[in-house]
Design a binder for this molecule. Structure first.
Ligand SMILES: Cc1cc2nc3c(=O)[nH]c(=O)nc-3n(C[C@H](O)[C@H](O)[C@H](O)COP(=O)(O)OP(=O)(O)OC[C@H]3O[C@@H](n4cnc5c(N)ncnc54)[C@H](O)[C@@H]3O)c2cc1C
Length: 395
């Protein structure tokens, strides 16, 4: 059995009121890089297909082609103006199963086409939800929060999937994500059941949602060409029961851009969370710094007074792949171990200081100065010295 009923990579594009989100370009860039290689190794006629839904969005097709798409499927309809999950799920599934669309993408495969070979969504609040409902509809699997992708032929022996026999799974999408606090990579594969003793079943598309910022977009190339395919969505009155009457975009609660210095803290505050956060607050004030946090702090792992928790233990302050990517002139990491998801959000900082008693913490490999010690002891010393230096400057 082969996956030849399954063709192309479909990339589900995100935009807000016609403004394409950076993650859309990042996914297209990665799909293009993977498919340049795929086209060389396997099949020249499989394509990168951008799928975009909305109202008055057809004008975005050229931009998507310039960023790597061979084909853009546009569902431009007033019922798709607002992002309602049930309707978008239905329309993306219709597009994914459509032989007519497959024919326009690549006539060679239209007869045998069943579904896309691969599908990419964004791992943000829209894409995470949408990817799960679309893949449930398409009856296949989904890997979440992926930040590395490889397509390869894998020789696999698995008790359930292959009945212990060695079987070659061609054109398999290896989807990598970080697990166990960021210290281990997990590879997720969406494999067909080929164990004759149990059940034979194909799983396609092989799909994932990818973390914003994980991949680089391509430089737009106006010489690139591609096909634009209009799709008329089939939406029933029943689907339109939910109406969006108004929507409001919430501004970022925390401004990092206007600060040259960011002081972030992590689980190292554990001995006395409230007291330590107040100490860090004072230190940041002295430095004129904004305050960031590691992800666990936003998950209520420690209790603190309502004022402290509502000000500091909030997602808007998270630095890293699940939060903000920042590059201040000075970044101070207090009680943060340096998991890769955190580091990817601050490694571009001009100068990095870490305060940590554990000299084996990975943050040591990232920082310019490692202050070995407990924050409770190191910060007061730094504050004392800063006070002296500031007095000297003022005198
Ligand atoms: C999909 C995914 C996305 C993620 N996204 C993010 C993200 O965007 N941002 C993020 O931060 N994390 C993210 N994480 C979590 C990440 O993997 C780590 O679990 C997290 O960054 C660890 O937080 P930490 O450094 O505060 O805690 P820990 O890893 O527990 O480190 C605490 C550190 O404090 C030190 N310490 C202990 N006592 C003291 C003391 N008295 N003074 C000073 N230091 C002390 C310890 O030596 C230790 O190094 C993500 C994880 C996943 C799976």
């Amino acid at each position: 059995m082969t996956k030849e009923h399954y063709r192309h990579v479909y990339v589900v594009i995100e935009h807000i009121d016609g403004e394409l989100l950076p993650v859309s370009f990042e996914m297209l860039g990665e799909a293009r890089r993977l498919f340049d290689d795929f086209n060389r190794r396997y099949d020249l006629n499989e394509k990168v297909v951008a799928v975009i839904l909305g109202h008055n969005i057809k004008n975005l097709s050229e931009t998507l082609i310039e960023h790597g798409a061979d084909a853009v499927v546009v569902a431009d309809h007033q019922d798709l103006k607002d992002l309602i999950n049930t309707i978008h799920t239905k329309v993306i599934s219709q597009i994914s199963l459509s032989k007519e669309i497959a024919e326009k993408i690549e006539p060679n495969y239209s007869q045998e086409f069943k579904k896309p070979r691969y599908m990419f969504f964004a791992a943000d609040s829209i894409g995470r939800h949408l990817s799960s409902t679309v893949l449930a509809d398409l009856d296949s699997g989904l890997a979440s929060d992926v930040n590395k992708l490889v397509i390869s032929d894998l020789d696999i022996s698995h008790f359930v999937k292959t009945g212990g026999k060695r079987i070659m799974y061609k054109k398999t999408l290896e989807m990598y994500r970080v697990d166990f606090s960021g210290f281990l990579w997990t590879t997720i594969l969406c494999l067909d059941n080929r164990n004759e003793k149990l059940s034979i079943r194909e799983y396609s598309p092989q799909s994932c949602n990818v973390i914003p910022g994980a991949f680089k977009p391509l430089k737009p190339d106006s010489k690139r060409s591609g096909v634009v395919i209009d799709f008329q969505p089939k939406v029933s009155d029943d689907d339109l029961k939910i109406k969006v009457l108004s929507q409001k975009f919430v501004e970022d609660k925390v401004d990092f851009d206007s600060y040259n210095t960011v002081v972030s803290f992590g689980r190292g505050i554990h001995e006395a969370p409230e007291k330590n956060i107040k100490l860090i607050e004072e230190f940041a004030k002295q430095l004129g710094a904004q305050i960031g946090i590691s992800l666990p702090i936003s998950k209520s792992v420690f209790s603190a007074s309502p004022t402290i928790s509502s000000t500091y233990m909030i997602p808007a302050r998270v630095i890293g792949t699940s939060g903000k990517e920042i590059s201040p002139m000075l970044y101070v990491a207090i009680g943060i171990s340096g998991a890769m998801q955190h580091v990817s959000g601050m490694e571009e900082s001009g100068f990095i200081i870490a305060i940590n008693p554990d000299e084996n913490a990975p943050i040591k490999n990232v920082c310019d100065i490692f202050l070995k010690g407990r924050l409770e002891e190191v910060i007061p010393l730094l504050m004392e010295e800063l006070k002296i230096q500031q007095q000297v400057v003022q005198a």
